[in-house]
Design a protein around this ligand. Sequence first.
Ligand SMILES: NC(=O)c1ccc[n+]([C@@H]2O[C@H](COP(=O)([O-])OP(=O)(O)OC[C@H]3O[C@@H](n4cnc5c(N)ncnc54)[C@H](O)[C@@H]3O)[C@@H](O)[C@H]2O)c1
Length: 424
Amino acid sequence: MKIKICVVGLGYVGLPLAIEFDRHFPVIGFDVSETRINQLKEDRDSSGEVGEEPLKDSTILFTADPERIKEASFVVICVPTPIDKTKRPNLSFLESASELVGKNLSPDSVVVYESTVYPGCTEEVCVPILEKFSGLRCGEGFKVGYSPERINPGDKEHTIDKITKVIAGMDPDSLETIDFVYSKITKIHPAPTIKTAEAAKVIENIQRDLNIALMNELAVIFNKMGVKTKDVLAAAGTKWNFHKYHPGLVGGHCIGVDPYYLTHKAVELGYHPEVILAGRKINDNMHKHVVELVIKELNNSEKVLKHSKVALLGLTFKENVKDCRNSKAKCLINELKSYGVEVFGCDPLLGRETVENVFGVRYKEMNELEGMDGLVVVSPHQEFGDLDWNQIKKRNENASFVMDLKGFLDSEKIKALGLEYCSI
Ligand SMILES: NC(=O)c1ccc[n+]([C@@H]2O[C@H](COP(=O)([O-])OP(=O)(O)OC[C@H]3O[C@@H](n4cnc5c(N)ncnc54)[C@H](O)[C@@H]3O)[C@@H](O)[C@H]2O)c1
């Protein structure tokens, strides 16, 4: 089969995918962002997902010119699918990408969507746009498929070539082509329909969201009981069928977003989901529990809340990634500021400009942190493993506590310095 691929949308998902395809097929990498394309042409990936070497070695034709899509017979769409302020799916990127692809679609092409959507979205929303702008009929002039992305940013173990990828086609013909293409890069699992594959993706994240919500609820209850959640989970985890999840802030653009895609569709169909939204509510409010703990710590050490100084370490949505989209650190900051606390941010992966512009706090390098009343490790980047806590304590002699949200630090080391160590 002679195939030329065009990957549309070269972000966290599209770029690593294009790099893998490039090992087996001619690949065009298209993105509407000229800035992104220029970076990639210079072998730079600001997301940090793909290093300089794979970019240097690749033969991908990077372009912001949509006309180049015409050269491809297999188009893969990897554009963002966020939610709006009212937590409803924002399909504008998907719609505009479908329009661009439709306008530049060559007859007999296969278009595969990778963006996370609700079941039915590909066929109900995207296909009509492709048909309208291509003037071709789906099933006759072109075919569609769906293959959800399972990339886990920052995870160097479960990379695309080592995981099983779900694929689906609108009919046996398209499935055969999709199977041929994706089998070259990884193991595949064909789902019987596009809707099934869409549903599979969205529930992977819902399951995670709900399990974390359960841990968060337990953490709030155990805190009131004076029991350490970590110790309870370690004890319960010795049972063979106890699932290992931990409490924490759920940010980013997948776990905290995707459930709303399914609940939106469910409501449209007349069913009001309760369990899924209950989990969302708990996770969306977890930062308030963290702030309550910070306030109690400041209070216990007889600090006046107003103008007390608290530094947050690691502001990205999770550790060891540069991505700060929907980071819950922003909620922590706003909540702390509402009590008059002065908040400082430190994140070696983001740097001064991003921290100050995106989070609205003063930036501090680790060695600039002085006079703090408390420190909160939010996203424990590996860089924080080498911190010299003796030095930190010396420069911040008034500090009374270190809150370690993910239980990453050596608690005994912290306590030995006379600091209160706490977690959730
Ligand atoms: N990042 C993840 O961890 C992850 C994991 C699984 C699934 N997903 C899903 O994959 C999809 C893409 O996510 P991402 O994190 O790669 O997004 P991203 O924001 O990192 O990248 C998207 C890219 O698409 C480009 N773009 C936007 N509109 C476009 C258009 N009309 N035409 C061409 N390019 C366009 C943007 O410029 C950007 O470079 C989303 O649906 C997301 O939910 C993401």
